[in-house]
Write a protein that binds this ligand. Structure first.
Ligand code: KG4
Ligand code: ZN
Length: 340
């Protein structure tokens, strides 16, 4: 029997709500009926980064109107919802508690179960929201603001970690370098935009662990190298900013692409899924596509607007776990969040 899953994402600076319908055939991809998103980026911009307290307050303001909008768009009444899913973590504790609290209250009032979803599993499964979803098994490159991981994915819930960052995440490398260059928050898109006007060969920056022989990443050294270059340039930084941005982006992207190719070689798989905010990066997409095309490897991405945090990926992950028989939704409403 198919079920209606309402999903709520509130782990950081986006409030997302979505409605997904499970399918009767276990192998079929659940269907996205509607989703809505409110980004807090503008609100946090004045502070140069996410202010946790403000984030929580804004989630509280947005989550019910967004839920209402989603149900209206889908033409579904609230009491037709079968399971209320929410992001359990990782993320900002106060922000997570808003989603978990609202989801649990809604579920208790409706006498329906809840389901806590791992935020990264949401990202990982987000390419299943696209018109041409991937097939298992595949290598996943998960690149967000907080995580950089390569995984072997054999099915829903069947994830083997192949490698990960030993310090900063790829998104963090973008964000911190952007800050050093005097660019605003969020740094990734800003740095990538500026990089489009610069010469990527202008500065020699390190490619940490590129030849380490394993599938781990390290980006902390790159950030230090960007700082050193910026200090060396001093007064001349403004006119070389685009070149430094382009060189930084090229270094991050080269490491991500080479390690992904190494993961393909190590697993013998012919499919890659890229997920998480950095998956929106154009250079990464171009270089990975080109390298994989040469090797006959298929690359799947989430739709551009679903790369960063959203409710659709949370509802989808919950639906895929339910459909795969991996979950017993909870009815005790003693919700917990896992910030880390
Ligand atoms: O997945 P996400 O929305 O949130 C986390 O779960 O962390 O990822 C946010 C990260 C930020 O570091 C942001 O700068 C980066 O993704 N990002 C980008 C781009 N768009 C977002 N990095 C590089 N290029 C982009 N176009
Ligand atoms: Zn995320």
């Amino acid at each position: 029997m198919s079920e209606l899953i309402l999903g709520i994402e509130s782990s950081c600076d986006e409030t997302g709500v979505a409605l997904v319908r499970t399918r009767e055939a276990p192998g079929q991809v659940p269907e996205l009926l509607a989703h809505a998103l409110h980004s807090q980026i503008e609100m946090h911009q004045a502070y140069g980064g996410v202010v946790p307290e403000l984030a929580s307050r804004d989630h509280i303001r947005r989550v019910l109107p967004l839920t209402d909008a989603v149900l209206r768009e889908a033409g579904v009444a609230l009491d037709a919802v079968d399971v209320v899913a929410y992001t359990r973590g990782p993320g900002l504790a106060g922000a997570l508690l808003v989603g978990a609290g609202v989801a649990s209250a809604m579920a208790a009032a409706l006498d329906r179960p809840t389901l806590g979803v791992h935020h990264l599993e949401g990202h990982l499964l987000s390419p299943f929201l696209s018109a041409d979803p991937p097939q298992f098994p595949f290598v996943a490159l998960l690149v967000s603001g907080g995580h950089t991981q390569l995984m072997r994915v054999d099915g829903v819930g069947r994830y083997a970690l192949l490698g990960e960052t030993i310090d900063d995440a790829a998104g963090e490398a973008f964000d911190k370098s952007a800050k050093l260059l005097g660019l605003g928050y969020p740094g990734g898109p800003a740095l990538s935009r500026l990089a489009g006007e610069g010469d990527a060969r202008a500065f020699k920056l390190p490619r940490p662990l590129l030849h380490s022989g394993d599938l781990d990443f390290s980006f902390a050294g790159l950030k230090t190298a960007v700082l050193t270059q910026a200090q060396r340039l001093g007064q001349a930084l403004p006119e070389r900013r685009a070149d430094l941005a382009a060189s930084t982006q090229a270094a991050i992207v080269e490491v991500l692409v080479k390690k992904t190719l190494a993961a393909l070689a190590a697993t013998g798989l012919q499919r890659v899924v890229v997920a998480g905010g950095v998956g929106a990066n154009r250079l990464l997409r171009e270089q990975l596509d080109a390298a994989c095309a040469q090797r006959g490897v298929r690359v799947h991405y989430p739709e551009l607007h679903l790369c960063t945090d959203n409710g659709a990926m949370i509802a989808m992950a919950a639906a895929m776990r339910l459909q795969g028989g991996l979950e017993q939704p909870r009815r005790d409403y003693a919700f917990d969040v896992k910030p880390r």
